[in-house]
Write a protein that binds this ligand. Structure first.
Ligand code: APR
Length: 167
């Protein structure tokens, strides 16, 4: 059974096959995780993202990792929280499911996720963490190359929420 863990740290420093970026639909960079990943990966990442030409909310796209330790970046676009009545849970599930599918399609073995949508997009972290853990567990029941999923939380508070969600 693949290992699922939660740690506190900086996702750009994770020595895994792919790190997941909490991007926006333009894929042209931003603040938070997006800004940190582009800064660490270097300008070639933005050039590759430009060629992809965007990503709908709930979907994922894969690029090289360039100067990052990770070989790949999987860019996914989380939903903006607007009360929970605009398919936010389904869209957030899609982010995790589609990112894992892409990783498995590329025979990757380890992947690190940030807490998607819980920063600028204001998704309540308790609900988001439950969706993240539940979706990852479900997806890992299918045949997959993935052996490790790591939730990388920026703050101790967030780590506590993910540890609770992992039970
Ligand atoms: N490593 C791990 N987690 C981080 C890092 C980092 N280096 N930097 C920030 N975080 C955490 C935040 O504390 C938050 O818990 O990632 C989580 C997601 O926050 P955001 O980066 O704001 O992502 P999101 O809420 O999905 O908003 C996406 O913000 O940066 C823009 O272009 C991005 O428009 C998009 C929006």
């Amino acid at each position: 059974m693949p290992k699922i863990e939660a740690v506190q740290g900086d996702i750009t420093q994770q020595p895994v096959d792919a790190i997941v970026n909490a991007a926006n639909s333009s894929l042209l960079g931003g603040g938070g995780v997006d800004g940190a990943i582009h800064r660490a990966a270097g300008p070639e990442l933005l050039e590759e993202c430009r060629r992809i030409g965007g990503c709908p909310t709930g979907e994922a796209r894969i690029t090289q990792g360039y100067r990052l330790l990770a070989q790949h970046v999987i860019h996914t676009v989380g939903p903006v929280w607007s009360g929970g009545k605009r398919r936010e849970p389904q869209l957030l599930r899609g982010c995790y499911r589609n990112s894992l599918r892409l990783a498995a399609d590329h025979a990757l073995r380890s992947i690190a996720f940030p807490s998607i949508s819980t920063g600028a997009y204001r998704y309540p972290i308790e609900q988001a963490a439950c969706i993240a853990v539940e979706t990852v567990r479900q997806q890992l029941e299918q045949p997959t190359s993935i052996e490790l999923v790591r939730f990388v939380c920026f703050s101790g508070g967030d780590l506590e929420v993910y540890r609770q969600a992992l039970g």
